[in-house]
Design a protein around this ligand. Structure first.
Ligand SMILES: [Zn+2]
Length: 388
């Protein structure tokens, strides 16, 4: 099994990465082909779920694996789970990556690679770099001659400063087809054809979400509740109720996911500062470190609630997209086939123009949430528009 196995439908990108890795093995890195294929800074872009960070991590594995990315050796495994000394995977929990974090990272990666090959940094949310952080990073990317490879991931090229993107080689991932995702779920995860088709269809080519949905009944139930919300909208009070339900669902999900993890992190940190050590209590700095961690955890939860709401709004958008398809005379192309009757009914009662307005309102609400608008107020305003 190769490290590229999970990159569904990304043949072109995989080919480029394989060539780049192969070119570093020729032993003649100054030859023309080698310099063309391999470079020190890459940007992976693609829609959510296309696997841009999976592609970057696979490339990191292939660069440090003695067998060019077998996917099974210690090098491959430790690179993927973040425990390889030469591979840094930066996952952002907060809403932005600040200059202090980048400076600290640059200090860490200034050393030569411990194994003699490459030192690889995967930054999963390079679009969250603040401007000053991006400028600090720029200097490192421009530095020639060292063995560090930068793999930046972002939704689109426009999410990065022009100075950064102009110095990177760009790889664009595509959304895999529903059929390709369903096939992977069957072949690799042993999921039944019916479930694989459902999960792939409603996840719109997002392999991670499709797998999560196929494997979790409670997640499917939550989605079910969300998808029926548009059917409950008959006026202002139902709109407010639907908004509350949506925010509650997103909050519950984020809280459940965070609780275990937060507790464990605080325990680990307390232990590191000597909690429980006989008689002496916590070493200096311990309580401040814990306060900092709690603040960080709060930020992370805020982000998880926003991410959950965003995913829910995208799901609801597919409902109105389906209404639009029926109104446009293509009732066979539904994403939410399970709700075909309800969708048909709404399509007959409303006009295409109002459907378009509703879809636009959903996308506007997502943008506003992305700009830190208050979640409940934003969703209430949206539901009132949808209820009209
Ligand atoms: Zn390997």
């Amino acid at each position: 099994m190769s490290v590229y196995a999970d990159l569904v439908g990304q043949h072109e990108v995989v080919e480029i990465l394989q060539k780049a890795v192969a070119s570093t093995l020729n032993g003649d890195e100054n030859s023309n082909t080698a310099t063309q294929e391999m470079t020190h800074a890459w940007v992976f872009t693609g829609p959510p779920g296309s696997g841009r960070s999976n592609a970057a991590v696979a490339f990191a594995q292939a660069l440090i694996c003695p067998k060019n990315g077998c996917g099974t050796c210690n090098e491959c495994k430790s690179a993927a789970n973040g425990s390889h000394p030469d591979v840094e995977i930066i996952r952002t929990e907060g809403l932005s990556i600040k200059i202090d974090e980048v400076r600290e990272l640059l200090t860490r990666v200034a050393w030569a690679p411990s194994m003699g090959g490459w030192r690889v940094v995967v930054m999963e949310d390079a679009d969250r770099l603040t401007e000053s952080a991006a400028n600090a990073l720029l200097k490192a990317i421009e530095e020639p001659g060292n063995r560090t490879v930068w793999l930046l991931c972002a939704p689109t090229l426009h999410d990065l400063l022009p100075t950064i993107r102009s110095r990177c080689r760009h790889l664009q991932l595509v959304t895999p087809s529903t059929a390709a995702v369903a096939q992977v779920l069957q072949d690799r995860d042993g999921i039944s054809p019916v479930m694989a088709d459902f999960a792939a269809r409603v996840s719109q080519g997002h392999i991670g979400r499709a797998r999560y949905l196929a494997n979790n009944e409670s997640v499917r139930n939550t989605r079910n509740t969300i998808m029926k919300l548009p059917l409950t909208l008959h006026g202002i009070s139902s709109a407010f109720a639907a908004a509350q339900t949506l925010v509650d669902l997103a909050t519950t999900q984020a809280t459940e996911a965070a609780e275990n993890r937060n507790e464990k992190e605080i325990d680990d940190l307390s232990l590191a500062y000597g909690k429980g050590a006989t008689g002496r209590g916590m070493a200096t700095g311990g309580s401040k470190a814990i306060k900092d961690l709690e603040k960080e955890q709060k930020t992370r939860q805020t982000r998880m609630i926003r991410d959950g709401l965003d995913a829910a709004l995208l799901d609801i958008a597919t409902f109105y997209r389906d209404v639009m398809m029926v109104q446009a005379g293509s009732p066979d192309a539904l994403i939410n086939k399970e709700l075909a009757a309800e969708i048909q009914n709404l399509a007959e009662k409303t006009k295409p123009l109002s459907t378009i307005k509703k879809i636009t309102a959903i996308m506007d609400a997502r943008t506003n949430l992305g700009h830190n608008a208050a979640p409940l107020l934003t969703v209430e305003a949206l539901m009132c528009t949808l209820a009209r």
